[in-house]
Design a protein around this ligand. Structure first.
Ligand code: TYC
Length: 109
């Protein structure tokens, strides 16, 4: 025997109005990873960083490096917080191992 309970509640003035729970979902913020120009880090080193850390081809890496060199800063990519943080740390670590003053930061989009 499979019986369903019959809903006999017609509601009255003591009932509470209950809104359906609607979870407030927000897309996680994104972050630009930005390279800063300086006078000392070799261009070739910056290009190799853009290839190895940001997966750019040599042509794209050269373009971004020249953008940073001429305009003062340039975007390496846009990522979630954790990925952006990791990329910044990788760049700063490789630069300091080679004693280059290269700076890399992240900014919310
Ligand atoms: N300005 C540097 C030079 O003339 C090259 C350079 C490019 C340095 C980009 C840093 O983020 C940078 N050797």
């Amino acid at each position: 025997m499979s019986e369903r309970p019959i809903d006999t509640d017609r509601g009255n003035e003591h009932d509470l109005a209950v809104d359906e729970a609607r979870p407030k979902l927000k897309r996680p913020p994104l972050y630009r990873v930005v390279l800063i120009n300086d006078d000392y880090t070799p261009m070739e080193f910056v290009v190799s960083i853009l290839e190895s850390v940001f997966g750019m081809a040599r042509t794209g890496a050269t373009h971004v490096m020249l953008e940073v060199h001429t305009k003062g800063k340039g975007i390496c990519g846009v990522y979630s917080y954790e990925i952006a943080e990791t990329k910044v740390a990788q760049v700063m670590s490789i630069a300091s191992q080679h004693q280059h003053p290269l700076l890399c930061t992240m900014e919310e989009t």
